[in-house]
Design a protein around this ligand. Structure first.
Ligand SMILES: NC(=O)c1ccc[n+]([C@@H]2O[C@H](COP(=O)([O-])OP(=O)(O)OC[C@H]3O[C@@H](n4cnc5c(N)ncnc54)[C@H](O)[C@@H]3O)[C@@H](O)[C@H]2O)c1
Length: 352
């Protein structure tokens, strides 16, 4: 499944800021997207779309958010109750739409945006249903002049771009034969908390909800994006929270169309020391690659700001220092030890 990431798009005037409508004004939008857009010189917030007067109930920052009346005043943007109402009235004034609505609405809202001829930045997970994912990709393919961008955040960062270049453009590590990936995050407040139904309870056609959809989707986007592997079959199991039913420990073994295997692990409940653990190992016929370390956590936990004491400040500084450890390492096999020859059929065990 291909989603355009490298096309260059231009608006009618390259000199004015892009006019962006934001759909869904809950926790992630209020904490990250709106402040970011408001601070940019190359974009302006043209409209807010949100059905609820008090947004974000059940979302990641449930109970700690501003009302729509406050947001309208703060960002100087008119509020609409639905995307359809916005498009009917203001379509021609917009350049693009950012969708940060609940997972299960991504396909319908995203298709509405693309069908209206507007660029789309869609939050992860792209959809929670394979047929819906294909629908969205087809809508993007039918409008190649439009951007269809997915906000799997790490996939826009230098480590990913370098990893993808090594594997898919330069072929540095040869053919990918195995991937082992782990994501572990201090998110029990989210997946085991009772005010975050959007992250713990399935809706629409979703099969389950929890760390898999909420976080491991980032790991899969990284792995498939960096390696170009195409999954073929999967065996997966999960351990669920006794409090919410959300999956909080996930394990999956995936076979890919070229015979490569992916082992994936997700852990949603590590102690909060200010970081999450990322470990993506990619093994190829000519070398191997590791992207990982202790990546910064998003600091969204209700108690993550500390109590302001010297000890809390010291802990926070240490966490920031540790969190800078996520990096990319590439190890190439010496030519004589290349695993490429003789080529072995996919799946055959071979000790080296
Ligand atoms: N990229 C990342 O790292 C990252 C981080 C956090 C959240 N997210 C994603 O952002 C999205 C939102 O998450 P959240 O925790 O902010 O959720 P949230 O529940 O706090 O906010 C979603 C908002 O969308 C509104 N909404 C519902 N139906 C709508 C519709 N038809 N049109 C417009 N708005 C509608 C809800 O009323 C709610 O206020 C999710 O898809 C989530 O996975 C991504």
């Amino acid at each position: 499944m291909r989603v355009a990431a490298r096309r260059v798009f231009s608006s009618a005037s390259a000199t004015r800021p892009a006019r962006i409508a934001v759909v869904g004004c809950g926790g992630w939008t209020q904490g990250w997207h709106l402040p970011n857009l408001a601070n940019r010189a190359d974009a302006e917030i043209a409209a807010l779309v949100e059905p609820a007067d008090e947004p974000g109930a059940g979302g990641c920052l449930s109970g700690r958010l501003e009302s729509m009346a406050t947001l309208e005043a703060k960002y100087g943007a008119p509020r609409y109750h639905s995307l359809a109402a916005l498009l009917a009235e203001r379509r021609s004034e917009l350049d693009g739409v950012l969708v940060a609505a609940p997972h299960t609405l991504h396909c319908a809202l995203g298709k509405e945006v693309l069908d209206a001829g507007l660029h789309l930045l869609m939050e992860k997970p792209m959809t929670t249903d394979v047929a819906e994912a294909r629908t969205l990709v087809d809508a993007g393919a039918a409008a190649p002049q439009l951007a269809l961008l997915l906000n799997n955040t790490a996939n826009w960062q230098p480590g990913f771009i370098e990893a993808r270049s090594h594997v898919r453009e330069r072929g540095s590590i040869g053919e990918v034969r195995h991937v082992s990936c782990l994501l572990a995050a201090p998110l029990s407040w989210l997946f085991e908390g009772h005010d975050h139904a959007g992250w713990t309870q399935p809706t629409g056609t979703m099969v389950g909800n929890g760390f898999g959809w909420g976080q491991l989707s980032h790991t899969f986007a990284w792995v498939y994006g960096a390696t170009g592997l195409t999954p073929s079959t999967v065996y997966a199991a999960a351990v669920h929270s006794a409090a919410t039913g959300a999956d909080v420990y996930d394990a999956a073994t995936i076979t890919c169309t070229n015979g490569a295997l992916i082992n994936a692990s997700g852990v949603g409940t590590i102690p909060d020391a200010g970081f999450k653990v990322v470990a993506n190992w990619v093994f190829g016929t000519e070398g191997m690659m590791h992207f990982g370390g202790l990546a910064g956590s998003d600091g969204a936990a209700p108690d993550s700001s500390g109590d302001g004491s010297a000890a809390a400040e010291e802990m926070a500084a240490l966490a920031r220092q540790q969190a800078q450890g996520a990096r990319l390492q590439v190890h190439l096999a010496p030519a004589a030890h290349s695993l490429a020859a003789p080529r072995r059929p996919p799946g055959q065990h071979h000790l080296i």
